[in-house]
Design a protein around this ligand. Structure first.
Ligand code: FAD
Length: 400
């Protein structure tokens, strides 16, 4: 694979799962890439992520389909970036997700969601308590009013993906600058960025990819570009490493105990640690205390008795990159025509497709409008920071 315009210098700002993957895709095409991160690679949202690969809660159908396309790309992507073509080397594991509800209202919502997803051709289905128990015998499911199984979903280890990208980049002779903060840009009269100011000195680039996660708003603003975000803190605690507990189904959503103790989700990492989060994939959470971690583990233990004796390890709050309306923002900016914005929620699920399209748009200058048209950063033009500060829930913002 080669670029149509020959090798160019591209600086990718942000070495999370999305930025590192874009950098690797560009380098494979012969582009001279420098990947810059103000911290250690992967230490942003990617290291806090529950990293469940799914298209279940993604609406409307266009966004659902984008996620599905990316899910289907994961095996090839993992094999291509992983060591010796081995998807296991990035912790990719399939086997699906189960969830169940015990109260009637929540059970109806679950059944409605399954029916909607089925109408979109998603291979999810309602199951009964016996099948739930058979699918994952390690679970103590209690009362089951409705249950669901989505066999096509899975999980991955974002840090392993980032580390693999870095190995591939170094093999291709590219520079990776960790602990190097981008602090400003030199721009020409037409807004084009030609120099990045960093804490380690200036860097020249023909194209800059702003994939700085929650920091993308700041990076873009340095170039006069508006990429507003909603505030989206999340907490997923861990345990000490444990023997494999979930033998068949890697991702489990267990019901709320009462309104103050909402649903929890859990999965086991490749290193044996169990991850436990509360609420859904967009729930705001900032309690990263040991007491809260202990409480989440206690709740998880009710559903997964094999967790008895495990130790809860609190994890600091993670900041989801969250464009104001909750959807990706991908593409060249109007105000800085060689600055490519790449920010998304659900970035673990979406990395294969978004990194591929970003590399294509940067290398070929062929807009992938058929897929990315609804997700251009220009939809935020004219939004002021005051409006952002008072923004409601992301998907309620209805910018599109
Ligand atoms: C609690 C939680 C649970 C999640 N669960 C899921 C899930 O189950 N499934 C899913 O698909 N997604 C999930 N996500 C979302 C997903 O993790 C993110 O969308 C994804 O990790 C974003 O990757 P990224 O590379 O865009 O950003 P990040 O991983 O945040 O990387 C951005 C990088 O940019 C760097 N940076 C920032 N500013 C600068 C600067 N000025 N100079 C240089 N570098 C800079 C940062 O240091 C950071 O390393 C979850 C996120 C969280 C927080």
């Amino acid at each position: 694979m080669t670029t149509t315009e020959g090798a160019r210098r591209v600086a990718v700002v942000g070495a999370g799962i999305l930025g590192a993957s874009i950098a690797w895709r560009l380098a494979r095409r012969g582009v001279r890439v420098v990947l810059v991160d103000k911290g250690g690679a992967g230490h942003g949202a990617s290291s806090h992520s529950f990293a469940w690969i799914n298209a279940g809660g993604k609406e409307p159908i266009g966004y659902h389909n984008l996620n599905r396309r990316s899910m289907e790309m994961w095996p090839r992507f993992a094999a291509a970036v992983g060591d010796c073509g081995d998807p296991d080397s990035v912790g990719l594991r399939w086997g699906g997700k189960v969830s169940w509800e015990s109260n009637t209202a929540a059970a109806k919502a679950l059944a409605d969601r399954v029916r909607l997803l089925q109408s979109w051709g998603y291979p999810t289905r309602l199951i009964d308590a016996c099948e739930l128990k058979r699918l994952e015998p390690a679970l103590d499911v209690g009362d089951v009013t409705a249950a669901e199984y989505s066999p096509n979903e899975g999980q991955v280890e974002p840090q392993m993906v980032v580390d693999a990208c870095l190995r591939r980049l170094r093999e291709l002779g590219c520079d990776v600058l960790e602990y190097t903060e981008v602090t400003g840009f030199e721009q020409s009269d037409d807004g084009r960025v030609h120099v990045l100011g960093t804490s380690s000195g200036d860097l020249e680039a023909d194209v800059v990819v702003a994939a700085a996660g929650a920091g993308t708003t700041h990076i873009a603003a340095l170039a006069g570009v508006s990429v507003p975000q909603a505030r989206s803190p999340g907490v997923v605690v861990r345990t000490n490493p444990l023997p494999r507990l979930l033998g068949n189904v890697p991702v489990v959503y267990a019901p709320a105990l009462d309104p103050a103790r909402p649903e929890i989700h859990m999965r086991q990492c490749a290193d044996g640690r169990m991850m436990i989060g509360e609420g859904d994939q967009e729930s705001l959470a900032e309690d990263d205390t040991q007491a809260h971690a202990d409480e989440l583990l206690e709740r998880a233990c009710r559903y997964l008795p094999g967790l008895a004796g495990a130790r809860a390890v609190p994890v600091p709050v993670g900041w989801r990159p969250m464009p104001l309306d909750g959807y990706p923002a991908m593409g060249f900016a109007s105000e800085a025509p060689n600055l490519y914005v790449a920010i998304t929620h659900s970035g673990v699920t979406l990395t294969p497709v978004l990194s591929q399209l970003a590399a294509q748009e940067v290398c070929d200058r062929t807009p992938a409008d058929a897929v990315l048209g609804p997700y251009r950063p220009q939809r935020f033009d004219g939004i002021t920071l005051d409006e952002v500060a008072s923004a409601p829930n992301p998907r309620m913002a209805k910018l599109r």
